[in-house]
Design a binder for this molecule. Structure first.
Ligand code: DOR
Ligand code: ZN
Length: 352
């Protein structure tokens, strides 16, 4: 198969940042995707419906400013999220549900990743808020890693399943949960065994394409560093099996997380891979690697809207087998940003 035409995909997990960073990246996503679930981990975090609405306006303004009337970007719809804190009032959840702007609430265990300091310190602290979410049927998106420094960084997702997720699923059986950016066989198995109506998971392109050795190939490679960190090959294979299985619980979420080049290439570099500009091409390469391009459309374009109870997109896009080279760097405000797999060949290309 040399061309693949599919329903225009959506990105169910995306970081767009704010200000000049936002202006640098938003068109890249709008060129590829019709909609995106936008993460709320700004500084300060997006914790109220009013803030989410204002952020949505800034996203659309930045897109107008940088993409003008570029046809590929028209109609892009940001789907907003709230950042869950120990103090999120249940009333804010009810306002979110009524807003039509906010589509989910994101749980970061405090300290788990970039801008997560205001996150949740214990599940007991957010019980009433989760009950409200369950009652109004607003999905909970979970960064599933424990933060205990005594737990090995490669085990944090697995330990989260055993110590947090199992009991959360039991205590809130009707709460819709998305286990975000899963990285382990254990997570894929847990999701596949959970009730489909209330459980989903996003999988990034980088976790489908790379295992942890990519971080160290020829020296330390900060542009492959993200959280949850890449795992060993057995886990990558399990994720690829899950993504290409046709199981509707699994859907596309890039976790494209832009950081300026100098903040990645430093002694203590930021976590996050920037994949927005070539996201669907990376996923096509991953699915093609196991001869399962026929399953890409379900994963990229059907399972996500079905879970979120939104309509599937009407437009279609085409990806073509064509080898091109990922740019070494892209403009990012006054500086630059290095996309994932910079300078490497990629075998698929989105037709304009
Ligand atoms: O690698 C990551 N980068 N993982 C996250 O959970 C957050 C993200 C970011 O915001 O940079
Ligand atoms: Zn993320």
């Amino acid at each position: 198969m040399d061309t693949l035409t599919l329903t225009r995909p959506d990105d169910w997990h995306l970081h767009l940042r704010d200000g000049e960073a936002l202006r640098a990246v938003v068109a890249a996503t709008a060129r590829q995707f019709a909609r995106a679930i936008v993460m709320p981990n700004l500084k300060p975090p997006v914790t109220t419906v009013a803030q989410a609405t204002a952020y949505r306006d800034r996203i659309l303004a930045a897109l107008r400013e940088t993409a003008g009337d570029e046809p590929a970007c028209s109609g892009f719809e940001p789907l907003m999220t709230l950042y869950l804190t120990d103090r999120t009032p249940p009333d804010e959840v009810r306002r979110a549900r009524e807003s039509g702007v906010v589509h989910a609430v994101k749980l970061y265990p405090a300290g788990a990743t970039t801008n997560s300091d205001a996150g949740v310190t214990s599940m007991a602290a957010v019980r009433a808020t989760l009950e409200a979410m369950q009652a109004v049927d607003l999905p909970l998106l979970i960064h599933g890693e424990v933060v205990d420094p005594g737990v090995d960084v490669f085990d944090r997702e697995k330990v989260f399943i055993d110590t947090v997720l199992e009991s959360l699923r039991r205590d809130f059986p009707a709460l819709r949960i998305v286990f975000e950016h899963i990285t382990t066989r254990e997570a894929a198995q847990w999701v596949a065994a959970a009730p489909a109506a209330t459980t989903g998971a996003t999988i990034t392109a980088h976790h489908l394409l790379y295992e942890r050795n990519a971080l160290f190939k020829g020296g330390i490679r900060p542009h492959w560093y993200c959280l949850p960190v890449l795992k060993r090959e057995t886990h990558r294979r399990a994720l690829l099996d899950a993504a290409t299985s046709g199981d509707p619980r699994f859907f596309l979420g890039t976790d494209s997380a832009p950081h300026a080049r100098h903040l990645k290439e430093m002694a203590c570099g930021c976590a996050g891979c920037y994949t927005a500009p070539h996201a669907i091409e990376l996923y096509a390469a991953a699915f093609d690697s196991v001869g399962r391009l026929d399953r890409l459309e379900g994963f990229a374009s059907h399972h996500g809207p079905d879970f979120y109870r939104l309509s599937r997109n009407a437009q279609r896009v085409t990806v073509r087998r064509e080898t091109w080279t990922v740019p070494e760097a892209l403009p990012f405000g006054a500086g630059s940003i290095v996309p994932l797999a910079a300078g490497e060949p990629l075998g698929w290309r989105l037709a304009s």
